[in-house]
Design a protein around this ligand. Structure first.
Ligand SMILES: C[S@@+](CC[C@H](N)C(=O)[O-])C[C@H]1O[C@@H](n2cnc3c(N)ncnc32)[C@H](O)[C@@H]1O
Length: 288
């Protein structure tokens, strides 16, 4: 079992990297952490979260990086939530949920933002990181659920979320799965969204350069062989990502404007995605 929590994998950093000033502000102003204690607080949470989920996003402290607020569409998202034009934001595979807290700090009503993750321990680590267990309770704002579950006991469906969401944020999520499973996850995303034009899916994930083929990659490290089954991540290039959404559209009789951008940024994500052809794919997908 200890091999599962192996700290010698390249994506486990012993020390906290310098905290970005926006995240620092969020932890001080939203969470109320003393400025001098921010690094220690992050380290403490990471060490606990690693025992829940020895994932690259935990080991490399990527949960202390904000993604959504770097998107050009972010001011529009905040404005739609603040004005009530949109009533529901859901982040899928949210992990510790850092972008959810940034939205609240920027003025989105607490009642409009929600997150879901397979592991309740990660949601609880997020509550501890941001000191907001009462403001964002489990089963009301944060839902522990298998996103791929389509049974009647599906937690999100039972909470009445199907067909009610205006915007879904999926960062570092779809790439966790093989391609057939990504298709299922996208269909589940559609089931949660309202049916009207203008609803949106945004996010960022690991992918490959457009000079390479989108393809299945074995999941690295102990996480790759849970129960003896070798799992794969399908890493898209820009074209194969668009093709995935064409297939989702064809399967559901819907049409989507898919804006997807390839970026080459040497950040801590490279501790896991260390191939030369690795790229980040950022996307904004809008229902037509
Ligand atoms: C790479 S982490 C990204 C976390 C977060 N989005 C971030 O960027 O910091 C992927 C997350 O997806 C969650 N996840 C994986 N499979 C899932 C599933 N079937 N249902 C819900 N969440 C899942 C994991 O627990 C993990 O928190």
């Amino acid at each position: 079992m200890e091999a599962f929590f192996d700290q010698t994998v390249p994506w486990y950093l012993v020390d906290v990297p310098p905290t970005n000033s926006v995240m620092q502000k969020l932890l001080v102003e939203y969470a109320g952490i003393e400025e001098a204690k921010v690094d220690g607080h992050i380290a403490n949470i990471r060490n606990k979260a690693w025992r829940v989920a020895p994932f690259p996003c935990v080991g490399s402290f990527l949960f202390a990086e904000l993604v959504l607020s770097t998107f050009p569409v972010y001011p529009e998202i905040v404005s739609n939530l603040k004005s009530g034009t949109w009533s529901r934001y859901l982040e899928v595979g949210c992990g510790l949920g850092q972008d959810i807290r940034k939205l609240i700090q920027d003025g989105a009503p607490k009642t409009s933002v929600m997150g879901t993750d397979l592991l309740s321990g990660l949601l609880e680590s997020g509550q501890e990181l941001f000191q907001d267990t009462n403001a964002l309770p489990l089963d009301q704002a944060l839902f522990a659920a298998d996103f791929l579950d389509t049974s009647d006991s599906n937690v999100l469906r039972k909470a009445g979320l199907d067909g009610t969401v205006d915007i879904i944020h999926a960062t570092m999520f779809l790439h966790c799965f093989d391609r057939p499973t990504q298709l299922r996850a996208c269909q589940r995303i559609l089931a949660l969204l309202k049916t009207q034009p203008g609803v949106m899916i945004v996010g960022k994930q690991g992918g490959v350069s457009s000079t390479a083929e989108g393809r299945e990659h074995p999941v690295k490290g102990p996480m790759g062989q849970v129960g003896g089954v070798v799992r794969t991540n399908f890493l898209h290039n820009v074209d194969s990502f668009r093709a995935l959404w064409d297939e989702v559209g064809a399967a559901t009789g819907t049409r989507w404007d898919v804006q997807v951008r390839e970026e080459e940024v040497m950040d801590r994500g490279y501790l896991y995605f260390d191939e030369e052809e690795h790229r980040w794919l950022s996307f904004v997908i809008t229902k037509l």
